[in-house]
Design a binder for this molecule. Sequence first.
Ligand code: NAD
Length: 409
Amino acid sequence: MNATEATNYFFSKAARLLDLDSRVEQQIKAPFREIKVECTIPCDDGRLSTYTGFRVQHDNSRGPFKGGIRYHPEVNPDEVNALASLMTWKTAVVNVPFGGAKGGVNCDPRTLSPCELQRLTRVFTEKIHDIIGPNTDIPAPDMGTNAQTMAWIMDEYSKFHGYHPGVVTGKPLELYGSEGRDAATGRGLLYGAECLFAEAGKSVGDFTYAIQGFGNVGSWAARLFSEAGGKIVAVSDVTGAIRNREGLDIPALAEYAARTRGVVGFPLAEAFPPEELLAEECDVLIPAALGGVLTQDTARDVRAKYVLEAANHPTLPLADAVFAERGIIVLPDIYANAGGVTVSYFEWVQNVQQYTWDEERVNSELKRRMAAAFGDLSACAKHYGCDLRTGAFVLAITRVARATALRGL
Ligand code: NAD
């Protein structure tokens, strides 16, 4: 099952529970627009290289399209389509006034120099500048992109359209970014987990954690969960996996990984095969890297009681069924990692108002919105007698369908 089929499977399961009008379903399931562009750049050695880029705009009934831009060798139309659709449901779950989109360039950013990355970003922006904008479609960072990438996009966009800092979010603080945006996805995950654990009378400090991925989301999650008393016992990234049953020293690991560009070789831990990370002994598993990693087979080996989906679509439908059968509770991606888009919304609001918030305000508003969204999705799950993922889709589809119907068929 490919990524789009998996996303549509979860959509359809919730749509059936809702008895969704087939005319509305037809309107909100398929993407609004899919763009493919070829980006040719001169490399540092004088050769020309061409990279394929995509932007998929899924739905804008609730507000401008919104979604990240990914630089990764596995970027393809199926993946980008699925991620764009997930953004529609995610913005609806946390009730921010945006729709859903996603973009990406098929490249390996680790093999490109900073100059090549800048050229690629500028050419990609030049090719899509007429379909993005602060009131139409607002990109943000995702895997392989960061605040610097957003600064280049904003600058290139300004050459065509003038001063519009709200065209992208996740920008550097010195260039109209928001306090708290860098940590937002990891922090939102922490706030979501607090709500989930509170239902069982537990707190973050009661559990051990294994995290797949130590980039923006994984490293911030590690830092914040460990500051809240959680014990991080295993971490992996593209370079390998490490564990320490007594708990990893996360500030030291973050410093080491930033310096060496990976977690492998960290002296205060033991190395182990990265494919075993998902089956590591822990209470809580946090996939924070690629999609589709939890399959029917890998789900059977998971030893955690909870899966917090920091990554987008890490769990395939058959794996979800295994988790349900085994009583493993999944906090679904369209809620669990929505802290990023929520603070992106705050950044966009600050750009529009030309007024900056301090970090305390950002974090407290994020906490309030994550708690409200958890209350809403958990109420849906209880009302329909379903799991949290289906409850989140029910909530999201209800909001998007209502906006679509009000606009008129
Ligand atoms: P990133 O590029 O900063 O980090 C990705 C991490 O995954 C790196 O540590 C990399 O080494 C690791 N990785 C890559 N391939 C791996 C593999 N095969 N096994 C183990 N680790 C591997 O990306 P990010 O922004 O942290 O995004 C991670 C996930 O979170 C993605 O699924 C992304 O869509 C999702 N997400 C990100 C944000 C955000 O604000 N950045 C928001 C919502 C969701």
